[in-house]
Write a protein that binds this ligand. Structure first.
Ligand code: NAP
Length: 518
């Protein structure tokens, strides 16, 4: 039987008492580990995190906690090879795709270590200037941000077992708030190993970081009023979290990152052969195939002027055709697997659902598998669908509301700029949209039009062709999250991320007392 991964809670490594749930290699089909959270005393473990971990973290200054994050970065950097091996075995990703998760997570942590230094030797933050409350200037109000006295529970999705942990843990720990992470079962191994390495290195105080692998049962029940929960995953599970009594009755603060039907838009006036046109084709193909399309930020809808539909289909398909798919251990393979059989089935179903309203422009089923058995491996080729014409773009409701979490996108022709905006809005709020063009003013105008519907607008023009960070890459300096369907959450955005882990309070006092806060 495979190794049972232990949980770390209450400052101890604890094995679940049940049989456990198996984790599989999605390429070879082998069972590689098991997880189980049966029998854990979640309430006692959470109390330890709040009382022991929280108190120790809050006793440190922001600068000291920043140094603690930097020490965790060193530990993780020293074990990168182990993490790559786990990602290959458990997520079926090629090296470049594992890097997005592993190095992306470590980079985010190191960014917060640097940002934290700038906050200095303080134990709380000031928010704005003192404001006079009456005619007499002596009695004023000043807002402060103090670390919440609870813990931060992270319930994470399967596609980013490393980045999903560190992009949340970095601002939480820097804020002085202890973390309990519950990784998605299918890919829990990498999260568990990273927590283990950091805990064993002794760079964090006891109770600052815990991991529960396996069932989510009871996690929400164990939350108390000053705790926060940050969820990443499907809209259906998000609805369960939002309606839990911890949130509705105990006011546990909640952040939701859900699914999203993200867009890429080629502005009018960028003919085939222009740099902007080529940049769109390149980015669309890259986004479809990176991590086999299992990125919440991946491009799902590609909008082009109606007259360019054929040329765009050809340009993107030509790039997709070069994608070799199969066993990520083979050096020639560019795109690996989906994480599980359940995901393979979901992608196949989603694709069929879209194909009822779209034509297939590039068929992933035609890609041969390299070094992998089609009966076992959870691998699909990249598929580009298309809405044929602008009338099809209007009629195809599924194209605007179905997120197929795999290497699938739809090319959607639009009549004019207003039509494009209208169609993009049918996604009902997304994490990110990218724009392609060469007219700086037209790009800026379109970006502001799209901003209310997105957490991030990524604008690509020829002058930034070699510099831009990628449509789907989430940079710690920029906001991650989106309105409406995307969950309404906000993460990252530099030091803005710390707000979620702090409570804001107004201190009304004499100017002399307020001076002591500064
Ligand atoms: P999911 O099925 O909703 O699972 C997400 C997490 O919730 C897992 O850890 C899961 O645990 C847990 N969970 C399941 N039922 C629960 C319950 N009743 N109470 C508490 N927790 C529960 O989502 P997924 O399939 O892993 O993730 C894919 C989706 O995530 C995609 O739609 C993608 O767009 C979205 N996503 C969004 C972002 C973003 O930042 N916006 C990032 C990545 C992914 P188990 O695994 O043990 O079931």
């Amino acid at each position: 039987m495979s190794e049972l991964l232990k949980n770390y809670l209450g400052g101890k490594w604890i094995a679940g008492t049940g049989a456990g749930t198996a984790l599989f290699d999605p390429v070879l089909g082998d069972e590689i580990a098991r997880v189980d959270a049966t029998g854990l005393d979640l309430r006692a473990g959470f109390a330890f995190a709040r009382e022991t971990g929280g108190a120790a973290l809050r006793a440190m200054t922001y600068r000291e906690r920043a140094a603690m994050l930097a020490a965790a970065v060193k530990v993780l950097q020293g074990k990168r090879d182990d993490y790559y091996a786990i990602a290959t075995a458990n997520s079926g990703t090629v090296k470049n795709d594992s890097a997005v998760d592993i190095d992306g997570g470590i980079y985010t942590l190191s960014t917060y270590a640097k940002l934290g230094e700038s906050l200095g030797d303080r134990h709380f933050l000031l928010d704005g200037e003192p404001t006079r409350l009456a005619k007499e200037p002596l009695f004023q109000s000043r807002h402060v941000l103090v670390p919440t006295r609870g813990l931060a529970l992270f319930i994470n999705a399967f596609n980013f077992p490393s980045w999903g942990l560190w992009e949340k843990a970095a601002p939480a720990l820097l804020s002085g708030v202890p973390v309990v992470v519950k990784p998605a079962t299918a890919t829990a191994w990498l999260t568990q190993r990273m927590v283990r390495d950091v805990v064993e290195a002794g760079v964090l105080p006891a109770g600052a970081l815990s991991v529960v692998c396996g069932s989510s049962a009871g996690l929400m029940d164990a939350l108390e009023p000053f705790d926060v929960v940050s969820f990443t995953g499907s809209a259906d599970t998000a609805a369960v979290i939002r309606s839990h009594p911890a949130v509705t009755q105990r006011s546990v603060r909640v952040n939701i990152e859900a699914d999203s039907v993200n867009s890429a838009l080629l502005l009018e006036g960028n003919a085939p052969g222009s740099e902007a046109f080529d940049l769109l084709a390149k980015e669309a193909a890259r986004e479809m195939t990176q991590k086999s399309g299992q990125k919440c930020t991946a491009i799902r809808r590609i909008f082009v002027p109606e007259a360019l539909y054929g040329a765009a289909a050809e340009a993107i398909s030509a790039r997709l055709a070069k994608t070799t798919i199969g066993n990520p251990r083979n050096e020639g393979v560019r795109m690996g697997a989906l994480v599980s059989r359940a995901q393979l089935n979901a992608v196949r179903e989603g694709l069929a659902h879209l194909q009822a309203q779209a034509e297939t422009l590039h068929d992933g089923a035609r890609h041969p598998l390299v070094d992998a058995d089609a009966a076992v491996a959870c691998i699909v080729g990249p598929t580009l669908l298309g809405a044929r014409n602008a009338a099809g773009s209007d009629a195809g409701d599924r194209l605007h509301d179905t997120e197929v979490f795999g290497p699938v996108a739809t090319l959607i022709p639009y009549r004019d700029a207003a039509h494009a905006q209208q169609l993009i809005a049918r996604g009902q709020g997304s994490l990110v949209a990218s724009l392609y063009g060469s007219d700086a003013k037209a790009l800026a105008d379109a970006a502001i039009e799209l901003a209310p519907l997105h957490g991030r607008v990524h604008v690509i023009s020829p002058d930034v062709a070699a510099l831009h960070t990628g449509h789907g890459n989430v940079m710690p300096q920029s906001l991650h999250g989106g309105p409406g369907r995307a969950g309404g959450g906000e993460e990252l955005g530099g030091l803005r991320a710390l707000n979620f882990y702090h409570r804001r309070a107004a201190i009304q006092a004499s100017t002399a007392a307020l001076d002591h806060l500064a």
